[in-house]
Design a protein around this ligand. Sequence first.
Ligand SMILES: Nc1ncnc2c1ncn2[C@@H]1O[C@H](COP(=O)(O)OP(=O)(O)OP(=O)(O)O)[C@@H](O)[C@H]1O
Ligand SMILES: [Mg+2]
Length: 364
Amino acid sequence: MTATPPATPSRGTDRRVPRKGRTRERDRGPALDSRAQIITRRLSKTYGSLVAVDNLNLEINAGEIFGLLGQNGAGKTTTILMLLGLTEPSAGGARVAGFDPTRKPLEVKRRVGYLPDNVGFYDGMTGRENLRYTARLNGLSGREAETRIAEVLEQVGMSGRADGRVETYSRGMLQRLGIADALVKDPSVLILDEPTTAIDPLGVIEILDMLRALVRDRGLAVMLSSHLLAQVQSVCDRVGIFAAGRLIGVGTVTELAEQFGEDTTRIEVGFEGLQPPDYASTAKALASVPGVSGVQQPARSGDPFVVLSGSRAATGTLREALLATAVRDGLRLSSIREIVPSLDDIYRHALNAQGSEARQEVPA
Ligand SMILES: Nc1ncnc2c1ncn2[C@@H]1O[C@H](COP(=O)(O)OP(=O)(O)OP(=O)(O)O)[C@@H](O)[C@H]1O
Ligand SMILES: [Mg+2]
């Protein structure tokens, strides 16, 4: 097998009627010069009675990494397959790199680098030979192709193993080669389905750094799907939280924290040279600061205090008040910073907020 797309799933449920003419099509979304490289409007896919993707409205811009976050079966891969024209929507539509993937799948394919979740290559060929094959399919050959291939192999850390046969590669090496394969055509959009599941932790940092550099230097739009929260948090500019086919939250991690996080602000406050016998009086002083609803003392000597506040809005005022209290009491402040809730917390809260509505099925 080569880096061919996965088999197109059943089209039996497709109810989409092709539109006539370009005018109608343009009416549907933003103008073509919009920065949005991926746009979906009420994009939906049903398999029999199962709603795999439910009225998805998304915009992903050039120069940003967007993370589609969701549990197994949430609809991430189905969304991606529709964006690539590999499966047809049951309703709604999309525009990727300026084209409708249902009507112009080849135009989309030319501009979009895609890493499938089940990446496959010709086993008997080397990594470099597989990339040559992809390059040729995309109209690249000769010196130009060789230079480009060497460059992407270097980017994914596979230069040293590029001339070994693919059948001897580990899963992580295959995934790295898959990312190189998606980059060969110098795409303007990169869609990566679970790009790092098989890559070791240090490798993940390298790959994510590489993605950030690509976005920064070349203004790519990147969409990646993942169920690895920490990874999404570290690399994505914006995140969409996906549950049972529905986008239940979208924004930066901070915005999602405001929407779904607890209503409590947590501020870490560290003091220099403070000894455990002084902890109780310091906690009392911190607790007396207006707006503070609770204080957690350090579990270990040298750790910071954690100050809790019921209001998220007045963080700036609270910091100033804490600072003033430290000065008044002759405490030497070493650090003061707000603790941003983890994406895990946000995801759990978002799912809870969604509650029993999460799994919605249409009548057969
Ligand atoms: N070809 C198909 N026929 C029927 N149902 C399908 C088909 N493809 C996907 N589904 C169903 O659609 C839902 C969404 O699946 P999808 O593969 O998009 O999830 P995912 O978010 O990518 O999950 P994972 O994290 O496991 O990769 C699931 O309930 C799945 O069983
Ligand atoms: Mg998937």
